[in-house]
Design a protein around this ligand. Structure first.
Ligand code: PEP
Length: 250
């Protein structure tokens, strides 16, 4: 079992062409020593992926999309297919982020179809799950995340998929779960992924933690058993902070 840590940045709906300087700086700071320890990717808005590819063409920092449609092409105005993201230079795509689930009403079935589309196109899906504050307070965090894993992972998903545990209440709030809660959830998630996929695949599947990861807490969170990296929102907009987080693995 060798799970290479993955630190992924999610720029959400932020970033104009001028922001490509941050990706350039990330790529420059992603030196051989850090490459030997962790994989780094950034998921800018789709408008910047092809431009970012030209910056990061040297096998350095990787690129991902933030969502994809389940279909390869067709009459879906405003949507982007996994094939288009791949063509633009992405190798990953985030699916089922809680902001997609809440803003666009995406269900587990939608997320599963998007993850399958990503795999069809040759992209690695980063499948997001996580409970709300109310669900945690009601003692339902494990059952909610378990059901999301069952419903969002394609049954035949390969071992290179990535799962991100992102408690909704920790996203963009500065709040984080305790180390014990993260450890409990990640161990539970790995068992549930195994129950869903079988074949020992869960031993190879990277489970990221996401929610208010910063340079100051990255080392502690990344040291928790079964945490194989981070999905980073706000702090990934700055090369300094993003590399500061990735340096937890240096
Ligand atoms: C996210 O949106 O995936 C996220 C984890 O955001 P933040 O790091 O800003 O909490």
């Amino acid at each position: 079992m060798t799970r290479r840590p993955l630190v992924a940045g999610n720029w959400k709906m932020n970033g104009l062409r001028g922001s490509l300087a941050e990706i350039k700086a990330m790529d420059a700071a992603y030196d051989d020593a850090l490459r030997g320890r962790a994989e780094l990717i950034v998921c800018p808005p789709a408008t910047l992926i092809a431009l970012a590819r030209d910056i990061a063409a040297g096998g350095g920092i990787g690129l991902g999309g933030q969502d994809c449609h389940a279909a390869p092409s067709g009459a879906h105005t405003g949507d982007i297919s996994a094939e288009m993201l791949k063509d633009a230079g992405a190798s990953y795509v985030i699916v089922g982020h809680s902001e997609r689930r809440s803003d666009h009403g995406e269900t587990d079935a939608d997320v599963q179809a998007k993850a399958a589309a990503a795999l069809r196109a040759g992209l690695t899906p980063i499948i997001c799950v996580g409970e709300t504050r109310a669900e945690r307070e009601a003692g339902e965090a494990l059952s909610v995340v378990g059901a999301q894993i069952d419903g969002s992972l394609p049954a035949d998903a390969p071992r290179h998929i990535v799962v991100a545990y992102e408690p909704v209440w920790a996203i963009g709030t500065g709040l984080t779960p305790t180390v014990d809660d993260v450890a409990e959830m990640h161990a539970f998630a790995r068992e549930r992924i195994e129950a869903r996929l079988g074949g020992g695949k869960s031993a190879d599947i990277r489970i990221l933690y996401g929610g208010s990861v910063k340079p100051s807490n990255a080392r502690e969170l990344m040291s928790v058993p079964n945490v194989d990296g981070a999905l980073v929102g706000g702090a990934s907009l700055s090369a300094k902070d993003f590399i500061g987080i990735a340096n937890a693995y240096r």
